[in-house]
Design a protein around this ligand. Structure first.
Ligand code: B1M
Length: 216
């Protein structure tokens, strides 16, 4: 099967909410030696974004969106296991990462987490719907170098600004670098709120994290 066919079928499985086929396809892509990251980003992720557009236009409804994200998660789980994780105790740095409070979108953050781990970065993934207070507590506890937040809703994006405010208010701003991501976040947004970095996708998140750690 060509990589283009894999991409096309991956998108279809998401749009058709066909979990069995998605799982079989993920396994086949790995068996045929394709790069799991590429299969996620140009195949399944593309499909879920198309689903999001249909949802945004009212052409599909929440139950279908939920089903398609379950399909996405099942496929990503298989591909994720094949992404080589950095086996080291000599970490290049530590990041605490979370999806912000009020936001349950965690598929993209999960991909970011996997890729960061492949680069020997120690990752504390706090999950989703996490308050800034908890994020900061964890960052202090593990002496993180970077705090990374993901926000997918325009309404929850503001939490990334509140995190910057909270760090400043508590005299902690210089203690951590911050990175923001998620579909509505942009470089402009990062500049506006004073975040140290913005990343559009998981690959860029790795590049930016290494830059923040002076490891490039
Ligand atoms: Co939601 N949802 N959703 N949803 N959902 C969006 C975000 C939406 C744009 C869809 C739409 O209307 N077109 C819309 C937001 C509109 C807005 O705010 N303007 C929306 C809505 C409205 C909602 C609900 C409110 C729907 C409702 O209940 N009526 C609800 C909100 C619940 C809540 O959070 N409180 C909701 C729920 C859900 C599901 C549960 C069904 C499901 C999430 C499942 C899950 O994550 N466990 C879901 C999904 C799947 C989506 C879409 C379709 C896809 C998101 C996704 O997984 N993308 C999304 C549409 C879209 O984004 N275009 C949508 C694939 C993923 C690989 O990409 O997450 O962007 P992404 O991550 C990328 C980059 O952004 C970046 O790297 C990742 C990998 O490349 N990145 C980072 C992400 N985090 C980063 C952090 C970094 C750096 C880079 O550094 C720290």
């Amino acid at each position: 099967m060509s990589i283009e066919d894999i991409f096309l079928e991956a998108r279809e499985t998401i749009l058709q909410c066909d979990q069995e086929r998605a799982v079989r396809l993920a396994e086949r892509a790995l068996a045929e030696g394709y790069d799991p990251v590429e299969v996620i980003s140009s195949g399944f992720s593309y499909g879920i974004r198309q689903m999001g557009e249909l949802f945004g236009r009212g052409e599909v409804f929440l139950p279908q969106l939920i089903m398609s994200s379950e399909v996405m998660k099942a496929a990503v789980q298989i591909l994720d296991a094949a992404i080589i994780q950095g086996e080291t105790t000599q970490y290049k740095g530590t990041i605490v990462i979370a999806t912000v409070e009020g936001d349950v979108h965690d598929i993209g953050k999960g991909i970011v987490v996997s890729l960061l781990k492949t680069q020997g970065i120690q990752v504390y993934d706090m999950g989703r719907d996490v308050s800034n207070v908890k994020i900061i507590e964890k960052a202090l506890e593990v002496k993180a170098d970077i705090i990374g937040t993901s926000a997918l809703l325009t309404t929850t994006l503001m939490s990334q600004k509140k995190l910057e405010d909270e760090l400043r208010k508590n005299g902690l701003r210089d203690q951590f670098k911050t990175m923001v991501g998620g579909a509505p976040a942009t470089q402009r947004w990062a500049d506006r709120i004073g975040a140290d970095a913005y990343a559009e996708d998981a690959a860029e998140a790795v590049t930016k994290a290494l830059l923040l750690l002076n490891r490039t």
